[in-house]
Design a protein around this ligand. Structure first.
Ligand code: NAD
Ligand code: GLY
Length: 357
């Protein structure tokens, strides 16, 4: 097992990475303060892993809430089921929530923990590649609104993250590829050496070579932990972690939540960010081609869906958490590993780039 730390002073916490961890009582115990534990999961993950987690927690008063599966259920309406289960079970402020599942469950259970009785503890047990490399780390929690992705939420850090890499064995191929989008993202933001490694090892990752996957997860978590420790509340550089996301969120909202997986939308979104950076003269065509090749080799789309027109993109991108005083900001690149948050572009060139995508 590998252990990393997210360095946030008194809110610092460990990330445990390795096979067969989710049934290990000793990883949970130091991070549970009261006696009450609520496991939040969904109907796909429950039959696979819930029993193992509940066995590991058998020394506590454990309750469960099993939500429907899917991005389209990441809503305030469905979130209410978690609050109801907590209240029906008379859970108090010393209770702990355990988020067992992918990023949808992690974001929802995390937001329930952030808001139940003004904040209770929670533990992330991510079971998708995407959630192991990104969403379980850093404390962003929340739900979607019909008008905008992840628009309702809070920052709330977990007590620990237990990333069981053996859980990835049951993950469908399409979901593995979606997770690889966020892995590639770290190389593009500020880790060009990791991008080179990914370009050479993408075949092993897609074939689920365990050593390659563990290396990629650890490096991604280390990259993310560094950014989060420096800028927990996204006053500055944390926004870089949204590379590809402004374009990607527009695809997700525009197509209807769940039609494109989040990671697929981010994959196409990073290609769009690269193409726009090249149009602005900030990136070579050679770098754009390498990015498109690696994203394609991960099994991800490299272009947006035809249904979302340039005009629709602009409309949807105006509802983004990076918009400040009405001005759109994007994460673009001055080369591989040199991402910047910027509004230094004109809307006509953006429109042309969207038209050409
Ligand atoms: P997901 O949670 O929908 O999981 C993908 C699918 O895999 C689901 O059907 C799920 O039930 C299934 N699944 C989960 N674990 C499995 C396993 N081990 N075996 C078989 N099936 C399994 O999607 P995701 O890609 O994990 O997460 C995407 C979500 O994460 C989006 O809502 C996105 O906005 C959010 N996100 C949040 C952050 C953050 O910082 N909080 C960062 C990135 C993404
Ligand atoms: N996934 C973006 C962030 O955590 O900031």
């Amino acid at each position: 097992m590998r252990t990393l730390k997210v360095d946030l002073g008194e809110r610092a916490y460990p990330i445990f990475i390795g096979p067969d961890l989710l049934g290990d009582t000793s990883l949970y115990a130091p991070h549970i303060h009261g006696q009450q534990v609520m496991v939040v999961t969904n109907e796909t993950v429950a039959p696979l892993y819930l029993e193992r987690v509940e066995n590991a927690l058998s020394g506590y008063r454990v309750a469960r809430v099993v939500l429907p599966d899917g991005e389209k259920y990441k809503t305030l309406d469905i979130l209410d089921r978690i609050y109801s289960a907590l209240l029906e079970n008379r859970f108090d402020r010393r209770c702990t929530l355990v988020a067992l599942g992918g990023g949808v469950i992690g974001d929802m259970a995390g937001f329930a923990a952030a808001s139940y009785q003004r904040g209770v503890n929670f533990i992330q047990v991510p079971t998708t590649l995407l959630s192991q490399v990104d969403s379980s780390v850093g404390g962003k929690t929340g739900v979607n609104h019909p008008l905008g992705k992840n628009m309702i939420g809070a920052f709330h850090q977990p007590q620990c993250v237990i990333a069981d890499t053996a859980a990835l064995n049951t993950l469908p191929d399409r979901e593995l590829s979606a997770g690889l989008a966020e892995v590639i993202k770290y190389g593009l933001i500020n880790d060009p050496e990791f991008f080179d490694w990914l370009a050479s090892n993408m075949t092993s990752l897609v074939a689920r070579d365990p050593a390659a996957l563990i290396y990629a997860i650890e490096r991604s978590c280390a990259d993310k932990a560094t950014v989060v420790a420096a800028d927990e509340l996204e006053a500055g550089q944390r926004a870089l972690l949204n590379l590809g996301h402004t374009f990607g969120h527009a695809i997700e909202t525009g197509m209807g939540y769940g039609a494109w997986l989040h990671g697929e939308a981010v994959g196409a979104g990073m290609c769009m960010a690269a193409a726009f950076s090249q149009r602005l003269g900030w990136m070579t065509q050679g770098d754009v081609d390498r990015i498109v090749e690696v994203i394609g080799a991960a099994g991800l789309p490299t272009a947006p869906p035809a249904e979302v027109t340039a005009e629709r993109f602009l409309e949807l991108m105006a509802v983004d958490k990076k918009v400040m005083d009405g001005q759109l900001r994007l994460v673009l690149m001055h080369g591989i590993g040199k991402a910047v948050v910027t509004s230094d572009f004109n809307m006509d060139s953006l429109r042309q780039s969207l038209d050409a995508a």
